[in-house]
Design a protein around this ligand. Sequence first.
Ligand SMILES: *Cc1c(COP(=O)(O)O)cnc(C)c1O
Length: 387
Amino acid sequence: MKSLNEELEWRRQQHLYRRRRVTSGIQGPEILVDGRSMLLFCSNDYLGLAGHAKVVAALCRGAETYGAGSGAAHLVCGHSRAHHALEEELADFTGRARALLFSTGYMANLGTVTALLGKGDSIYQDRLNHASLIDAGVLSRAAFKRYPHADMQLLQRQLEGRSRGEAMVVSDGVFSMDGDLAPLTSMAALCRRHQSWLMVDDAHGIGVLGESGAGTLEHLNLSAEDVPILMGTLGKALGTFGAFVAGSEELIETLIQRARSYVYTTALPPAVAEATRASLRLVIDERWRRERLQQLIRRFRSAVGQLGLPLMDSRTPIQPILAGTSAQALAWSGELEQQGILVSAIRPPTVPEGGARLRVTLSAAHSDAQLDRLLDALASLKIGPLP
Ligand SMILES: *Cc1c(COP(=O)(O)O)cnc(C)c1O
């Protein structure tokens, strides 16, 4: 048996050790972190809905109506009217026949991929896909092909060599650590030509992109025929918890029969479904949240560009600043933390070796003054070789 302590020590020395912070207070740009008031630029609450009074009130009413928990899996007796109504609203929102709720995005990805693929099939993934998609591919036992980030020529060659079984291309819509969009228009054309499924995980696009907030597909004008399987999460822009897959009647019925992470798990609390219905209303009705976000993104990019810090090609609220080494990323996030600002340092293996970065995320709830505080702090960062 190997020594766990040795491995932990190695992580410390490599600047890869991770630790948790304890937060208190209602989610929003400023909360208590380890007892100290901090300004957050690291949350995925892009529209500022996690702490919204209407969403919180719906959660409370939901608990009074349904209790604290769902009591069982959906197929036993855990599927409430609240779940059912939310599924119908999500189907409308995404312009698809049906939607199916999962308890987390991780489980939605595992369940969907493993329900549709098995031995003898093939799955094609961008190298920067989210860990849950990678794990889903491994668990499915399909032949696993990865292509360099957004490399459509390689994907084309891989698809030309596909074997006889089923094929699926699956990708983040917005890449979670880079903030850029997948070239989904090309992917949809390739998948059609090679009779492959296309699945998009739009965890960071839902609520944020598109006129009505329906996400990356709406932004790129792609239909349900172009992308037959759409996965979205509820814990990011929607501010609550859980996830869904949207698609055709037969897709959803298949998942209900076969997705093990759907069948063998407790349904999320109905109160969470009620809270999500309230936040979905706000996503649809309050377009100004997306406009405000875009305004903050433009200001941030122009100011950080002037500071000479390396930004990445992103027009989404995920705005990484490349540090290179883990030590540099940690030093920067440490300097910001001393000034009361929390930005996470993202290090390998979450990003490739040499690609450590500050992952700045913006929220419609940030004020101009809060963004100014971040920009002032970034201007004071020490750039250059570290000991
Ligand atoms: C957050 C995230 C998930 C996981 O969703 P959870 O609901 O947090 O489990 C899946 N895919 C992507 C791209 C994500 O960013």
